[in-house]
Design a protein around this ligand. Structure first.
Ligand code: ADP
Ligand code: MG
Length: 348
């Protein structure tokens, strides 16, 4: 059985590309780029709370870093360095090798140097601290949304939750939607290029980790504004709608921008080859208030309070998925199969 030091040397030490001193000393040395602010974020993933014991280790390794990269994207930051603290039960070297493989795949994809960490025996848990850089004063924050701004979301939010529902046999997905949903669940693609492109365009941004409505709620609260959401092709009530509105775990970007730059945002979608959907507008209503309309503009829920059970029902505390999981509404019951190829924000 390898020692702690052999584990670190064998699995968590790789050449760095932009670090003064990496793994191996009492501390790492990094040289911040002059004129940039550093953005720092930490996420802790605990077995039994954020992921299940039988989770594929390579996917978990990817996701452990990816959820942190997503926070950098939401700040408009370029991710640069990370540390990894790992608590591991009796070393299972095959498991650790796969985990490290997934972790370094993600690090290589986003140009991140792993510069240190800590390794200890214990119930399986991983804590990543990530450091990014942003030109001074240019970070995207949650608090800048203004009445009249458009509300946008990237990609196909809800797919990760739908993939989890399939694995939990709460629905049956057909191809090609199944593959797309499982990819969203296991290998989320943090939207760093979008975050960088949104500097100077977006008025507020957040990554969708807890669900569209919940995360939009954070923007509304911090910006002291309200919103009217009119999501194109909103799925009918049921699992699909719940996944889209409250599923989370997709790590898409939800952002606001002045309606005068709607065309610039739409042009970004083509440039980045990433769907960007305008899903509503910020209004001057009571701070935090949110109304949801259907395609015809008819209000279908009076306020975000109608979705309060999404906030409190289980996902934050229960074993509902790799990070947050999805809520299960009281009325949900047995779901009918979801078509594999459909229009709308979840579809192809
Ligand atoms: P110390 O006793 O000074 O805390 P450690 O023995 O814990 O040092 O770690 C030795 C070196 O290995 C340090 O540079 C530390 O940052 C690094 N390290 C430890 N665990 C990890 C890990 N899981 N991933 C990356 N680097 C690690
Ligand atoms: Mg240590």
């Amino acid at each position: 059985m390898p020692s702690e030091f052999e584990l670190i040397a064998r699995y968590f030490t790789r050449a760095t590309s932009h670090t003064v001193l990496g793994v191996g000393d009492d501390g790492a040395l990094i040289a911040p780029t002059p004129g940039r602010e550093m953005v720092i974020s930490t996420d802790l993933l605990v077995e039994g709370t954020h992921f299940l014991a039988d989770t594929d280790p390579a996917a978990l390794g990817w996701k452990t870093l990816a959820v942190n990269v997503s926070d950098m994207a939401a700040m408009g930051a370029q991710p640069r360095w990370a540390t990894l603290a790992a608590a591991l039960p009796t070393p299972d070297v095959d498991w650790i090798e796969s985990f490290a493989g997934g972790f370094f795949d993600c690090a290589a994809s986003y140009g991140i140097d792993l510069i240190g960490g800590d390794t200890t025996r214990g119930p399986r848990a991983f804590c990543v601290t990530i450091i990014g850089e942003v030109p001074a004063g240019k970070a995207l924050r949650r608090g800048g949304a203004k009445a009249g701004d458009s509300i946008w979301v990237s990609g196909k939010p809800g797919r990760a939750a739908l993939g989890l529902a399939h694995l939990q046999e709460r629905t049956t997905l057909a191809e090609p939607l199944l593959t797309a949903c499982l990819a969203a669940l296991h290998r989320p693609q943090p939207r760093v290029a979008l975050g960088l492109a949104l500097r100077g365009i977006a008025s507020a941004a957040i990554d969708v980790s807890d669900g569209l409505l919940a995360d939009l709620g954070h923007i509304l609260e911090q910006s002291a504004v309200a919103a009217r959401l009119c999501i194109p092709a909103l799925p009918a009530a049921g699992l699909e709608r719940d996944c889209l509105l409250a599923g989370g775990d997709d790590y898409e970007l939800l952002f606001t921008a002045a309606s005068s730059v709607d065309n610039d945002v739409a042009a970004l979608a083509g440039k980045l080859d990433l769907p960007l959907t305008r899903i509503g507008q910020i209004t001057a209503g009571p701070p935090g208030d949110l109304v949801l309309c259907d395609d015809s503009g008819t209000v279908i829920t009076p306020a975000i309070r109608g979705y309060d059970h999404f906030y409190v029902a289980g996902p934050r505390n229960g074993i509902d998925g790799p990070r947050r999981g999805i809520p299960v509404t009281q009325s949900e019951g047995v779901q009918s199969p979801v078509p594999g190829d459909r229009d709308g924000i979840l579809g192809q």
